[in-house]
Design a protein. Structure first.
Length: 218
């Protein structure tokens, strides 16, 4: 029977979370907002509008949202040609694909950003499909990104595992009814990932690959 391995990308397969923190912080600073970097870090993984709302609150001037998102996109775009894949990220995807798993990416990224992330991973031969930001109405922690990934794979939730690095990932996967695996390379503590629904937690893709035989992806 076919199985699906669904992966978040930022902070899970590519080491970008802290780049997002700095570029969001700078976008907020340019717009006159003082947002602590630790707060931005905890919000990374949310879609742009949701991240702005989470950090500035519902009483913010929502007319600024698009400009904030555009500023972040422009600042982050400076790194597109040198985004670093996390150790063994591509090898992990290829091992799973070679073992009969359908590998699908579920990410808040889209367009040129998603293209840059895929170049960094350098494992397009192992990726069956991608559920990007433009493919769903609601991003994580809503279940739609994971559900859409499962639709693309043609695999039911009970035969799927979702790997991510944030509490938003774990909540999205849990709400979609899939088993969730957390990785610590995005900077979120193990306890937070477990509380949000992670069945198992690994340091990074290299650790998961080395532990594959005893993992939910065995």
């Amino acid at each position: 029977m076919e199985r699906a391995a669904v992966f978040d990308v930022d902070g899970t397969l590519v080491d970008t979370n802290h780049l997002h923190v700095v570029t969001w912080w700078e976008a907020f600073r340019q717009a006159g907002h003082r947002v602590p970097m630790h707060a931005v870090h905890r919000a990374v993984g949310l879609p742009s509008t949701d991240l702005v709302g989470h950090l500035l609150g519902d009483d913010r001037d929502k007319d600024q949202d698009a400009a904030l998102s555009a500023a972040h996109k422009a600042l982050y775009g400076q790194y597109f040609d040198r985004l670093p894949a996390l150790p063994d990220a591509g090898d992990l995807l290829r091992r799973l694909a070679g073992g009969g798993w359908k590998v699908v990416l579920a990410t808040s990224a889209g367009g040129a950003e998603l293209d840059a992330l895929r170049r960094a991973i350098d494992a397009d031969d192992a990726i069956a499909a991608t559920a990007g930001a433009d493919d769903v109405d609601a991003g994580k922690p809503a279940p739609e990104p994971v559900e859409h990934a499962l639709e693309l794979a043609g695999v039911p939730a009970e035969r799927a595992v979702f790997v991510g690095d944030t509490v938003w990932d774990m909540r999205a996967g849990s709400r979609a009814g899939v088993r969730c695996v957390g990785v610590l390379c995005g900077g979120i503590p193990r306890a937070d990932l477990e509380e949000a629904g992670a069945d198992a937690v690994y340091a990074d893709p290299a650790h998961l690959l080395a532990s594959l035989a005893d993992s939910p992806l065995a």
